[in-house]
Design a protein around this ligand. Structure first.
Ligand SMILES: Cc1cc2nc3c(=O)[nH]c(=O)nc-3n(C[C@H](O)[C@H](O)[C@H](O)COP(=O)(O)OP(=O)(O)OC[C@H]3O[C@@H](n4cnc5c(N)ncnc54)[C@H](O)[C@@H]3O)c2cc1C
Length: 376
């Protein structure tokens, strides 16, 4: 057993949500973990994230849910408002941890990053910035990885957690194609209006918008913009005025947020991209997790949930198997269908939104959240 344990060395590429949670989950199981991150520390942009029930449940298994709830904003409802400003229904989301704790949390990304980073370091994980995996080959049961600084690691496990544009996917020669869906998503950090105690989603003539609290003081506005091309990059100074303009046709409560969107630095605009690795996610002792393997559209607010679950399930499956290869195979078998369903449903929601068939999109979102609530 001891000799097995000494062979439990892992290199993770990417210190995002997937990489840091996998690092903690593996370290808790006795793995010696190093993470290489191409960016600097604290590079996460300042907008918010919704941690849905499955995210909180997976974070709870790593003893991190309460910290996220304390530093974020706990909530349990999504209120849908139609294009005339009339509430058309409030969905009460299931509380997946226990009845006392909220169903989900809004949280600022840098805050979540700080929590995940500190926990990984507490478990002895080493994070190296400004580095990446430049080449890899299989050495018997081990993986030999040459880093961009020229040093070499020989490890039992290589995890590609480097996001939707994963370079590790290329190193492993695993195939996926990204799809762009003619939409841009906007996020803007604003002071939290007092009425925003849950998620509010507003249907408009040109897209959907809403508000998610991320702390007692702050919330983020979200907006989906339809009918745009990938080439339509905007200069930063135009972000805040353009977002205000796009929000103008929305019902009264959404309009209240317009004067709060003042600084373009607090606004981001991202293309709606999805992808799913249809074939293998693993090769020998190497595997992809998080957005590197499956990236849903943000409409389901569940990409981070899948990323966190991946880290947890990966550590559990590797703990159950003597060989890394067998553990990775079971990991992929357990994750594939759930992740595919989420990606495919998010694509259907995007299509309904683009066709302005919001009434059909809402039940699909709700039923998908219920599916995601099922045990992992
Ligand atoms: C606009 C928008 C809103 C979203 N809102 C939500 C939401 O509310 N709730 C939710 O659950 N999900 C949401 N998502 C999805 C969520 O952000 C992602 O699913 C999640 O961040 C995936 O985590 P990840 O660690 O796999 O990838 P990432 O977060 O992309 O992290 C990848 C990390 O790898 C690093 N990296 C990249 N390339 C390399 C390399 N070659 N070498 C080393 N390091 C590298 C990056 O710098 C980064 O740190 C949203 C996505 C978008 C675009």
């Amino acid at each position: 057993m001891d000799s097995d344990r000494s062979a439990r060395t892992a290199l993770i590429v990417g210190a995002g949500v997937a990489g840091l949670t996998a690092a903690t989950a593996l370290a808790r199981e006795g793995w010696q973990v190093e993470v290489v991150e191409v960016g600097p520390p604290d590079a996460t942009s300042g907008w918010g994230l919704c941690l849905t029930g499955p995210s909180l449940r997976a974070l709870d298994a790593l003893s991190l849910a309460d910290t996220c709830l304390a530093e974020g904003y706990g909530m349990s409802t999504i209120t849908h408002v139609d294009a005339h400003g009339e509430p058309v229904g409030t969905v009460r989301l299931p509380r997946l941890i226990d009845a006392r704790r909220p169903a989900m949390a809004g949280i600022a990304r840098p805050v979540l990053h700080r929590i995940l980073y500190a926990e990984a370091q507490r478990w002895g994980v080493v994070v190296r910035h400004g580095a990446t995996a430049a080449a890899m080959d299989q050495d018997g049961e081990l993986v030999r990885v040459r880093l961009s600084d020229g040093t070499v690691r020989t490890v039992a496990l290589l995890v590609g957690a480097d996001g939707i544009r994963s370079a590790t996917r290329g190193l492993l020669r695993l195939v996926s194609s990204r799809a762009f869906h003619g939409q841009m998503v906007w996020r803007a950090l604003v002071p939290r209006p007092r009425w925003a105690t849950g998620i509010h989603q507003f249907a408009g003539k040109t897209g959907t918008a809403g508000l998610v609290p991320v702390s007692k003081e702050q919330a983020y506005v979200f907006l989906t913009e339809n009918g745009v091309g990938l080439d339509g990059r905007l200069p930063e100074a135009e972000l805040a005025p353009r977002l205000r303009h796009l929000l103008e046709p929305f019902p009264a409560r959404m309009a209240e947020t317009l004067p709060l969107i003042s600084a373009s630095e607090a606004v981001v605009r991202r293309p709606v991209l999805t992808h799913f690795v249809e074939g293998a996610w693993q090769r020998g002792g190497a595997v992809l997790i998080g957005d590197a393997a499956h990236a849903p559209a943000p409409q389901m607010a569940s990409g981070a949930a899948l990323a966190i679950e991946d880290g947890l399930v990966l550590a559990r499956e590797l703990g159950r198997h003597d060989s890394v290869g067998a553990g990775l195979q079971t990991f992929v078998r357990r994750r594939r269908q759930r992740c595919r369903t989420l990606v495919e449903t998010s694509v259907r929601i995007v299509a309904l939104e683009r066709a302005r068939r919001h009434d059909e999109a809402y039940p699909l979102i709700d039923s998908c959240h219920r599916l995601m609530a099922e045990p992992v």
